[in-house]
Design a protein around this ligand. Structure first.
Ligand code: SF4
Ligand code: SF4
Ligand code: FES
Length: 274
């Protein structure tokens, strides 16, 4: 999959700007020249070897890496591969390594960075080309491994049944975890994921935590976490996690990963001794 650019309106709040730039209040230098240094490689092109290529562009007010890369592709190099869909931090497709740290390119302002900005594809995921990686393939495998969907208590769903109300506080707690955009930043930052191919990562543990909260899920039985233990009670799950929390520090959606991993591990330890 090469660049996926859809038209959409992007609105940056001051919080987005500060988080994205990593330098709240930094004003762009007028007419600054930026050097965007991209790690390039096309695994499907015979003879292609990974190499750095530097593009020079003029910085504009409010410029994001999405804007910078689009300008490069349109005016300098149409062969440059990268992924974007929403341009608003919602779809998760634009994750890449920016100056050594995984992050969302559409939420990363150039101001406060540079003049040299280095971009590399997320490690660990299958490389499609240049800055484009196949996070979807990994996320799907993880979801299938964890059966990351609602397991209904009834054998046959009754579509005529009236919806049951949910406690608003519980709905909020579930929604908080549902905000994950599956960008892959937490996996790319994770030391365990590098060592264990089947490690479910913080995104997987967050998925389990989300369904473990949901009273509609048949895997939730009073005082019994055995269904969850079967899924993440091993070294590819909570017991493989080294708790260094790069995932928590780098999650662009600021999910409470540290708390969720700690809760889940405690529950799985308890279940292991049950
Ligand atoms: S938990 Fe955060 S970093 Fe990980 S995939 Fe979800 S949004 Fe991205
Ligand atoms: S805390 Fe666990 S899941 Fe998060 S980066 Fe470290 S090893 Fe990976
Ligand atoms: S383009 Fe959708 S999150 Fe960046």
């Amino acid at each position: 999959m090469t660049a996926r650019v859809h038209e959409a309106v992007v609105r940056f709040t001051p919080r987005h700007a500060a988080a994205a730039a990593g330098s709240a209040g930094a004003a762009p230098a007028a007419g600054r020249r930026l050097q965007i240094k991209v790690l390039r490689h096309n695994p499907r092109s015979p003879g292609s070897v990974p190499h750095w290529q530097t593009y020079e562009i003029e910085e504009a007010d409010g410029m994001t890496l999405f804007i910078a890369l689009t300008e490069i592709r349109e005016r300098q190099d149409p062969s440059l591969m990268f992924d974007f869909v929403c341009r608003a931090g919602i779809c998760g497709s634009c994750a890449m390594v920016v100056d050594g740290r995984p992050g969302l390119a559409c939420r990363t302002l150039t101001c406060g960075r540079g003049p040299v900005i280095t971009l590399a594809p997320l490690p660990f995921f299958e490389l499609i080309g240049d800055l484009s990686v196949n996070t979807g393939k990994w996320m799907r495998a993880m979801s299938e491994r964890l059966q990351g969907w609602l397991h209904l208590r009834d054998e046959a769903p009754d579509i005529g049944r009236i919806e049951e109300p949910m406690d608003p506080d519980l709905a909020d707690r579930i929604y908080e975890l549902d905000r994950c955009v599956e960008c892959g930043c937490c996996v790319a930052a994770c030391g365990t994921a590098r060592m264990r191919e089947d490690f479910v990562g913080a995104v997987g543990m967050n998925r389990v935590a989300r369904f473990r909260l949901d009273p509609r899920d048949a895997r939730n039985q009073p005082g019994d976490d055995s269904a969850w233990y079967d899924l993440v009670g091993d070294d590819d799950g909570v017991f493989g996690c080294m708790s260094l929390l790069a995932c928590h520090d780098l999650c662009p959606k600021e999910l409470p990963l540290a708390t969720q991993i700690a809760y889940l591990r405690r529950a799985m330890v308890k279940q292991g001794f049950a």
